[in-house]
Design a protein around this ligand. Sequence first.
Ligand SMILES: Nc1nc2c(ncn2[C@@H]2O[C@H](COP(=O)(O)OP(=O)(O)OP(=O)(O)O)[C@@H](O)[C@H]2O)c(=O)[nH]1
Ligand SMILES: [Mg+2]
Length: 348
Amino acid sequence: MKVALIGLMQSGKSTLLSSVSGRGIPPVGSTSIEEAVVPVPDERLDWLTALYSPKKTTCATVDCLDVPGFNFSDDSGRAAARRLINKIRIIDMLVLVIKGFGPDATPKQDLSNLQTELLLADLELVTTRIDKLEKQIHKPTKTQAHDKAELALQIKLQEAIEAEKPISTAIETDAELDMIKSLGFLTLKPMFVAINTDESAIDKLPDLSGVLDPSVPVVGICAKLEQELSQLDPESKTEFMADLGITELAAGRFVNQCYSALGLISFLTSGPDEVRAWPIRKGTIAHDAAGKIHSDIKRGFIRAETFSFDALKEHGSEKELKAVGKIRLEGKEYVVQDGDIMNFRFNV
Ligand SMILES: Nc1nc2c(ncn2[C@@H]2O[C@H](COP(=O)(O)OP(=O)(O)OP(=O)(O)O)[C@@H](O)[C@H]2O)c(=O)[nH]1
Ligand SMILES: [Mg+2]
């Protein structure tokens, strides 16, 4: 699962990523896409670590791409941006980082420009595909019927984009969605907007109505402050946060939001060796969850001993849970829930 942070130049993408990953900020003018592994904050792991004193604790992570800033002010900037946009078509989600700090910030305009460029990049993809399919459908290939159907769909997508409608409005069936999934249309990806703002403005984010689809979540973040805080030792951090009247770091919440927008939840494993959170898609069954740990556990799956983190916290220990009958034995088809603590019984 990969998330790409994109935005205009100097909007604070690298600062935001540094605040959640601890990575350094690449120099201004850097042209390569950098990848960072970002830990997903989870208080449940801290609690379990205190209970089990494991040799190690492993949290879930999200891979984030720090994409160099786009400059749409001239042709060469646009071409460079288009190359970068085409490189990130494989990602699962977009975070649009918009500059909201400083007197010269134009967040609404920047967001609008960014969305227009994404749409134009998708239009280019559609047009190229139509040219190719138009030639291909005249050849008696095995895929002729499929190619014809895809061509009809691509023409619908083109019409939608030209009418300035999102391409999702032109896709009517799952079969249609399947047909174009692998092309990586960016305007079809889940996304959210992060407004990078000054501390003083965090409670009054700019009005984006008319520019942004109301279903897209918007979060406010003070990337620079968060990044500075992330560099401090825990004690100074607590002190500094108290001085500023901050109780929670927005950066951690930002990562949690990415995680859930990706459709991910965590099941947990705990014991003397390791306490760990495992990312799975919502709706994953126990049999597949077992496979995340090891293919042998999936192959030899017998049952999953399962209890919820909340129940453990309430009762204090596994022994107590057993006494009150709150440890269940689940089969392969059980739909795993966020915060389930699982112990797979298997034989190989
Ligand atoms: N005042 C203020 N400055 C910020 C904030 N976030 C970033 N900056 C500054 O803005 C500049 C750009 O930050 P970066 O994080 O490098 O921005 P970027 O989007 O990665 O830039 P490019 O990769 O060059 O497009 C730096 O000088 C930061 O210190 C913020 O929240 N408030
Ligand atoms: Mg950067």
